[in-house]
Design a protein around this ligand. Sequence first.
Ligand code: GTR
Length: 428
Amino acid sequence: MNKKANLYFNIFVLAFLSFDVHSQITYDKVKVPEYKLPELLISNNGKKIQIPEDWINIRRPEIIRLFEAYVYGGVPEVCLEIKFATIKTDLNALYGKAIKKNIVAFIINEVDTVQMELLIFIPANAKKPVPLFLGMNFYGNQSIHHDSSIPITKSYVNNNPEYNIFNHKATYESRGSDSSSWPVERILERGYGLATFCYGDLDPDFDDGFKNGIHSLLDYSEKNDSNKLSSISAWAYGLTTVMDYFETDEHINKSQIIVIGHSRLGKTALWAGAIDQRFAIIISNNSGCGGAALSRRKTGETVKDINTGFPHWFSRNFHYFNDKENELPVDQHMLIGLIAPRPVYVGSAEQDKWADPYGEFLSLYHAGPVYKLFGSDIISKDTLPEINKPLWTGKMGYHIRAGDHGIKRFDWEKYLDFADYHFNRKSK
Ligand code: GTR
């Protein structure tokens, strides 16, 4: 797609989202095709995986390679130097409720640097290192809260205005524009820290053939192999880079980091959680196609839809599977399997048919055998739970919330409860 067409397409998709058409389209009539999922517990050379060691040493690495090769591409392999700088620490932020830190991560090669601006809130009254939610934001750090001291994220403002379809918001007006998705005070009140950065710091969200963002730092051969690259992997790289910083911050309990993401960033949270085992809990909210939803169901957004609308999110190899889902060597239950034995939570929304809520649930259900291998209880029935009634079994959590695509207070409360449960904390 050329640049203009891409721009118009993005505007169309946004208009589509904001007019809430998702919920008005009836997908129920779409018949789910017959499908057989790829085997989770049989290795490429036919070995049955029956013990955790074989999963860890044989099958898990195989499945990661398959996702890299056919779906997400790889996280950049070049040796990039990373430096973190603390720009500011405010011990009395949010009227005394928080410690606020502005950290910049410099991602460096010999000639150039990409900057990630990280915003961190820690509960002010914390007596020991806190568990923390890490989630990328769409519209810059200033969008998550009205606090006027939050610097406006540079990459968000500086992105080529031709593409920055949210550009009108990239001013002081954007302060708090997405605050309803980020209940900062509530997260702090429950004893958790929160860290966020704008996904565009790593890769601006448009198709430029992998030239800008972190891709600009790669060497020529890597850049030329677009099968190896994807925006989702670039964003995931940001999450794992930030994890390196957490390991050095005395306010943060590095063994209790929850990676969370909504929608395209939910897809990214699952992929980051799959490849980086330092994340303790992984949460995907309304992640849909290429996230928690099974591709083979072809319900709501299909592989072809997503590759057409967003050619840069996945590797070029993934495009081969447009209308050929049954040929994919993986499906998304295997992505959830990669998270085992760590806790994973999938959140759906009833009217978010584009994301195929039942397909999101089924991925979790079909990942069960890996969790079972580790001795964990698993979801026993493939029946979708009732609306607004979370189902938690062993390390798996799921809910389908009433309403449409979005991350709402209800979702956050359940994610906080789930984290409390798995970290043995008393819920507040
Ligand atoms: C939609 C896209 C979905 C979902 C969403 C989002 O347009 O089709 O896959 O990820 O965008 O990220 O907001």
